[in-house]
Design a protein around this ligand. Structure first.
Ligand code: GDP
Ligand code: IMO
Ligand code: MG
Length: 429
């Protein structure tokens, strides 16, 4: 058996949570491979909306196993709140949830460092979610981090204290006007309490678990977080997150060998959004962009921040498909574009006086100017459509154009936020 991967091809928030939930019945195990509580994955079914941050989106199917992989960073406080919020809705994820002992822990002081670093950058800030993601991955690569498995050691308290002291020294170096978004003393008490809770969950050597599952013929879906343009290597650096969000990240984030990767399902919106700072060539910083934001409900699932909006960017999408080896595509939120009579699609960039159709090193406004092609829109309401044959011709043409440009089939079309508002197109197994 192989591991299929589902990940975002744009700047995150493509609808990964929804499609993982839709595809979960086809799998035995759902495994998150990177990121942490910076993610917000929304699932809607039976009239209820759930937002998951660290817990895999397969959790609503009680017969499936959910794994938080070694590539994930965990804030025990947020993790516990997520579990308790589910339990309050009569969903108990703990029975089928296991956590890699090699996953790293986000400390309260990592969050303070995130805030201090953003403050120090001023106008050049990343627009981080302030969940402590960057500082935690820095400690991981700097070989100072604390891992879930360390909770089981009698040295844990001493190691926690040593890392906290190191962080306090770093915070002092930021100077006097460093922000104090919360009381460290209170946050620490809550964190230590949550750590005790985390210790009571199923902590495993997830690389063994997953490879044994594969050997036993089990089907595994790896769930990505963020999106390709937020990848630490291939995104719009430095305005990125601190992990590999691409297919390769599923290998390192789960302990899956590259030759065990199967299908790669790349998700994208029929347009583009981005939250936080950084270049976004097709951004509509105008009334049309605002109309798109309102029509798409484009406000962050984790921070509530308004998302920046813009038209579909084909050079960007093709780049993401290439880096990930996408074998099929899921196009989300086609229903949102019903608000527009005509739709623009960026097919090329003007770069150094030349018309190019690939992503160059930099995509800042002074480096690329998007060149658009106009497409007729579909003003029909799509949200009740369940059959591919009922889709408006202009949407079929739009989808065919994307398949032609990327060379990859669009196997899933999403026409609304609910689990049921999903069309699996002919050809999808
Ligand atoms: P994720 O981070 O990739 O899981 O995506 P988010 O949950 O952050 O953002 C996607 C948003 O779009 C959520 O509010 C979803 O409920 C919503 N959504 C997903 N698919 C569709 C769709 O096809 N149409 C509409 N209108 N909303 C959708
Ligand atoms: P999901 O999984 C959209 C963005 C932040 C910021 C940058 C760095 O829901 O798609 P970080 O907190 O990681 O240091 O922030 O990355 N970002 C996301 N944007 N969706 C996400 O996750 C994101 N996770 C981080 O806004 O620009
Ligand atoms: Mg999200």
């Amino acid at each position: 058996m192989k591991v299929d991967v589902l990940l975002g091809l744009q700047w995150g928030d493509e609808g990964k949570g929804k499609i993982v939930d839709v595809l979960t019945p086809d799998y035995d195990v759902i495994a998150r491979f990177q990121g942490g509580p910076n993610a917000g994955h929304t699932l809607i079914f039976n009239g209820t909306k759930h937002v998951l941050h660290t817990i895999p989106s397969g959790v609503f199917h009680p017969d499936k196993q959910n794994v938080v992989g070694n590539g994930v960073v965990i804030d025990p406080v947020i993790f516990r709140k997520e579990i308790e919020a589910l339990q309050a809705r009569d969903v108990d994820p703990t029975a089928n949830l296991c956590i890699s002992k090699k996953a790293h822990l986000i400390l309260p002081t990592h969050r303070l460092l995130d805030a201090a670093s953003e403050h120090a950058k001023g106008k050049a800030k990343i627009g981080s979610t302030l969940k402590g993601i960057g500082p935690t991955y820095m400690d991981k690569t700097g070989r100072n981090g604390l891992r879930v498995g360390d909770l089981l050691s009698d040295q844990f308290a001493a190691r926690y204290d040593a890392l906290k002291q190191k962080h306090l020294g770093m915070l002092a170096a930021f100077g006097d006007d460093v922000p104090t978004p919360f009381s460290l003393e209170e946050a620490e008490a809550e964190w230590l309490d949550a750590v005790a809770f985390l210790k009571g969950l199923r902590l495993i050597d997830s690389e063994h678990f997953l490879n044994e599952a594969l050997a036993a013929g089990k089907r595994i879906l790896a769930e990505g977080a963020q999106g390709t343009m937020l990848d630490i290597d291939f995104g719009t650096y430095p305005f990125v997150t601190s992990s590999n969000t691409v297919t390769a990240g599923a290998c390192t984030g789960l302990g899956i060998a590259p030759n065990r990767i199967g299908e790669v399902i790349g998700i994208f919106k029929a347009y583009c959004t981005r939250v936080g700072s950084g270049p976004f060539p097709t951004e509509l910083d105008n009334a049309e962009g605002e109309a798109l934001r309102q029509a798409g409900g484009e406000f962050g699932a984790t921070t509530g921040r308004p998302r920046r909006t813009g038209w579909l960017d084909l050079p960007q999408l093709k780049y993401a498909a290439m880096i990930n080896g996408a074998t099929e595509l899921a196009m989300m939120k086609s229903d949102v574009l019903s608000a527009f009579d005509t739709i623009q699609v960026c097919t090329h960039y003007l770069h150094d006086g030349e018309r190019i159709d690939y992503l160059p090193f930099g995509i800042n406004p002074d480096e690329v100017t998007p060149i658009y092609e106009e497409h007729p829109g579909w003003t029909e309401d799509l949200t009740e459509i369940t059959e591919e044959s009922e889709l408006p011709q202009s949407l079929k043409d739009y989808t065919a154009m994307i398949e032609r440009e990327t060379g990859i089939p669009v196997s899933i079309l999403s026409v609304g936020p609910d689990r049921k508002q999903t069309i699996l197109r002919s050809g999808r197994k």
